[in-house]
Design a protein around this ligand. Structure first.
Ligand SMILES: Nc1nc2c(c(=O)[nH]1)N[C@H]1C(S)=C(S)[C@@H](COP(=O)(O)O)O[C@H]1N2
Ligand SMILES: [Mo]
Length: 254
């Protein structure tokens, strides 16, 4: 005898099937290891945001009247690393930004070379998950522009930002984003804040602005941009210092 299903059972079946497929697709694309419900919801959130942001809409920009003049800080404000301190004493004359990994033309750029590239400015709101937000004017090089100069190879999927500050657990800060977020038109490597070189406390001489994501993704004191095909071999493998240290979610969309 053929089984008979009510309309409700069929609808429920289709919904359940759809949910299972979405979970399967989202978790397959997700770079981290899926070990808990928390990781599954993170993966789903990531998949959904990519869909919603597929046209790369810009985040809101503000006016100079909205600026917070002394931009707050979070995390490391003065790297204790000797190498950083001596670079800073020398006004970052010896600083080089390295762009390497899965690229055709690895680059090493001084601050003057970075400043000579076409620049972009934006007045945006930073949101830290500790519960504060602040508006600043950031100027720098669009990340997409740097990446296109470096020639990203087909196998690359993520951009890792290596920082010059060692954290209190003796591990260096790092963060990572996918190539989609990296190519957002407001994703910048910023060297100026409110018309002045980025102060030490806010990540001198160069920090990431990833306006579609929350505070801890905005790596400060960046010295290396590495293109990779997976995140498992970087740090402890969860894609960032906070992710490794405190299980912070890797995809930190606002
Ligand atoms: N290298 C490095 N980047 C970092 C941090 C850090 O401690 N070290 N803290 C993060 C956090 S939690 C936030 S909210 C922002 C704060 O940036 P700000 O200090 O300029 O406000 O930087 C992020 N980037
Ligand atoms: Mo933060």
């Amino acid at each position: 005898m053929a089984a008979k299903f009510t309309r409700r059972q069929i609808v429920n079946g289709v919904l359940l099937g759809g949910a299972a497929v979405s979970v399967a697709l989202a978790t397959r694309r997700y770079p981290g290891e899926i070990k808990s419900i928390h990781d599954i919801t993170d993966a789903l959130n990531y998949g959904l945001h990519d869909l919603m942001l597929s046209g790369q809409p810009r985040v809101r920009e503000f006016t100079r009247n909205d600026l917070v003049l002394d931009f707050p800080t979070s995390g490391v404000t003065a790297p204790r690393d000797e190498r950083y301190q001596s670079m800073r004493e020398n006004n970052f004359a010896d600083y080089r930004l390295l762009v390497d990994g899965l690229v055709d033309n690895p680059m090493s750029l001084s601050l003057d070379e970075l400043r000579a590239l076409p620049a972009q400015s934006q007045i945006t709101m930073h949101t830290c998950d500790e519960g504060w937000s602040a508006i600043g004017e950031w100027k720098g090089v669009p990340l997409a522009q740097l990446l296109s100069r470096a020639g990203v190879q087909d196998s690359a999927r993520y951009v890792v930002f290596h920082c010059m500050d060692t954290q209190f657990n003796d591990k260096p800060y790092y963060e990572s984003i996918d190539l989609f977020a990296a190519s957002h038109p407001q994703t910048l490597l910023a060297y100026d804040l409110n018309g002045e070189p980025v102060p030490q406390k806010n990540g001198a001489p160069l920090r990431l602005r990833i306006e579609t994501q929350i505070g801890y993704k905005h790596a400060k004191f960046v010295e290396r941009v590495e293109l990779v095909d997976n995140l498992l071999t970087i740090g402890d493998g969860r894609g960032g210092w906070w992710e490794d240290y405190d299980n912070a979610i890797w995809y930190a969309g606002l």
